[in-house]
Design a protein around this ligand. Structure first.
Ligand SMILES: O=C(O)[C@H](O)[C@@H](O)[C@H](O)[C@H](O)COP(=O)(O)O
Length: 259
């Protein structure tokens, strides 16, 4: 059974610090065990919060990282809507400047020549996932070392939205969506079974605007919210909150994350 560990911090900056340490720890454990670190980033506010301290942590061996996207918008890679672009600006460009880049072929981006056909973007992304999780023929789902997730006010996570048929996907690793209620409408997303096969899942949620959503998921276990359906089969879920987002919690008393 997976554990849910909730941590809250006074400020967004402190969330960034603790999350940076957490990711560094996950990276070194994974590299020690398996020689590499497979991580998936969400978009929105997450890359800025996650990378603020991470990018300057000199103890991380970024050459062993394989970077994926928990979801990606079907837009050009240089578009301001691209989740890749956010991760490039918040992490990859800094690492280039420091001469410790993640090798380009280990950053798994969508093929942006296909963006007008999201199903093809998803097919192409599956091939990319299979190339890294080479044991694909033997395993049912990839096991990411860490998937970083945000949540929307409606409880969506990745591009898995409330009441959407994608929540029922049982076998696919990656799916396309043409009618995302959050702009832009065309996206691809990891599926719930893939999220639930990760070794670690970390939600990162900040700001008073998410307070009632966090409470609905963590205290009230509101299963209409897709984030409530995240329960890693073997791994644990971590919640990195700022105090504003954690304010409505009662049963789960958030504790400061001590490293
Ligand atoms: O690309 C996206 O839109 C996402 O990956 C999405 O799932 C995001 O993480 C949440 O909507 C939270 O976004 P904010 O952190 O910006 O509120």
């Amino acid at each position: 059974m997976s554990l849910t560990k909730v941590y809250s911090f006074e400020t967004n900056d402190k969330v960034s610090q603790a999350l940076g340490e957490f990711i560094a720890q996950a990276s070194s454990e994974s590299i020690a065990r398996n020689g590499r670190f497979t991580i998936a980033f969400s978009g929105g506010s997450l890359p800025a919060t996650a990378c603020k301290y991470l990018r300057n942590n000199q103890n991380i061996d970024f050459s062993k990282w394989y970077v994926f996207f928990a979801d990606e918008r079907c837009v050009k890679l240089d578009s301001h809507d691209s989740n890749f672009r956010l991760v490039r600006e918040e992490l990859l460009d800094y690492l280039v400047q420091q001469n410790r880049s993640i090798p380009a072929d280990q950053v798994m981006v969508i093929n942006d020549d296909l963006i007008h056909e999201p199903a093809k973007v998803a097919d192409d992304y599956l091939v990319k996932m299979q190339s890294v999780f080479a044991e694909a023929n033997k395993i049912r789902f990839p096991e990411f070392d860490l998937i970083l997730l945000g949540i929307g006010p409606d409880g969506h996570t990745c591009s898995l939205f409330p009441k959407h048929p994608l929540l029922e996907v049982k076998n696919d690793w990656v799916a396309s969506i043409d009618d995302s209620p959050k702009e832009p409408p065309q996206r691809i997303t990891l599926t719930l079974p893939v999220v639930n096969h990760a070794r670690r899942v970390a939600f990162v949620v900040t700001g008073a605007g998410k307070k009632s959503t966090v409470k609905a998921i963590l205290d009230e276990k509101n299963t209409h919210m897709p984030a409530s359906l995240v329960a890693p089969i073997k791994g644990d879920s971590y919640w990195f909150l700022d105090d504003a987002a954690a304010k409505g919690l009662t049963e789960n008393t958030p504790t400061e994350f001590k490293l």
